[in-house]
Write a protein that binds this ligand. Structure first.
Ligand code: ZN
Ligand code: ZN
Length: 337
């Protein structure tokens, strides 16, 4: 039996770097040699507090690699990224192509084995071809890039719109890059972490100061205080998209609520990303990375080999270093860029 290395979650706070049997491919699957897998912000609580749907599960849903075996030969040798959600294809959302809101989905890296592994069998439907000039690390960031694009698209940015983004983490910064590519004027940030603001500044974005003329807002933190600051900042007639996962109950003061009414604000929600023929944030993201419209490289602050996964998770949990995006790499890296 062939075996491979993986990061396997056996229980809460029980992540093991170990050998497991190589996956077998079904007819609708290909075997991907994973080369890079990002550690999502959600993976840290998944390992330490929340767990996966069943144990053991190989975690990791932000990954890219190369197809090493395709029973139908269609993708063999191709560099690929993977859309991690496996929809049911039967519910109302699926019928409309809104797979992110599927009522009965499966998911690589939380409900079934994911990408922190040397190999994974991936359904053909979930594969995206990656141009060779986009590196594995970049391609493994396709999910956050797509989530950021999906959120920004809600705002329907017009030339010269000034955007305020609350939260300068990887998705916030990527959202700023998308907004610029859609013609936004200024993109301002606020964040409680000075180091994140510093990174945003290095990438050409400004820090928000009270009184700046803001007509679009992306709330990316999920905290009431941040939301109220956004509501106070935006101009009358402004548009706001809410993206941050709520940290707890969201409460608004009466005054903050008045802003929504008196300024006649339009407030949108955004969830995950689109992956269908009408809007495919994933394809657009790969194209934008290939043409340099979106530059994810400065956001990758750390790269660890898969064997050092514990060190990577501990660093993120304990925040012993400043990090933005943390990548795990595995197998033979067969690219030059
Ligand atoms: Zn993620
Ligand atoms: Zn469904």
């Amino acid at each position: 039996m062939k075996i491979m290395k993986c990061a396997n979650l056996h229980g809460i706070n029980d992540l093991r770097y170990e050998d497991i049997p190589m996956p077998e491919c079904g007819q609708d699957e290909v075997l991907v040699a994973v080369k890079s897998c990002g550690i999502c912000g959600s993976d840290v609580p998944r390992v330490y507090t929340k767990g996966t749907y069943h144990f053991p599960t190989v975690i990791g849903h932000e990954f890219a690699g190369r197809v090493v075996w395709d029973p139908q030969k269609e993708y063999e040798g191709q560099k690929v990224a993977v859309f991690p959600l496996l929809p049911c294809f039967h519910c109302k959302s699926c019928e409309e192509g809104n797979y992110a809101t599927c009522e009965n989905y499966d998911y690589y890296g939380s409900r079934r084995n994911g990408g922190m592994s040397e190999y994974i069998a991936v359904k053909r439907w979930n594969l995206l071809r990656v141009p060779e000039r986009v590196s594995y690390n970049e391609a493994a960031m396709c999910e956050p890039v797509s989530v950021a694009r999906h959120a920004i698209c809600k705002l329907n940015i017009k030339e010269g719109d000034n955007l305020l983004i609350s939260g300068a983490g990887p998705i916030g910064i990527l959202a700023g890059q998308w907004a610029k590519s859609f013609g936004a004027g200024q993109v301002y940030y606020f964040d409680i972490d000075e180091r994140k603001l510093e990174l945003a500044k290095q990438l050409g974005f400004a820090r928000y100061q009270e009184g700046q003329n803001i007509n679009c807002v992306l709330e990316g933190t999920g905290y009431s205080d941040a939301l109220m600051k956004c509501l106070a900042a935006v101009q009358p007639g402004g548009r706001m998209v809410l993206m941050g996962n709520p940290a707890g109950d969201i409460n608004l003061t009466q005054n903050a609520y008045w802003h929504i009414l008196r300024k006649e604000l339009t407030v949108y929600g955004t969830w995950n990303s689109s992956y269908n023929d009408r809007q495919n944030d994933w394809k657009e993201s790969l194209n934008a990375m290939a043409d340099g419209k979106i530059n994810v490289k400065p956001l990758i602050s750390h790269t660890y080999p898969l064997g050092a996964c514990h060190q990577a998770f501990e660093m993120m949990k304990n925040k012993t270093e400043f990090f933005c995006k943390v990548m795990l790499t595995m197998g033979v890296q067969d690219e030059k860029n």
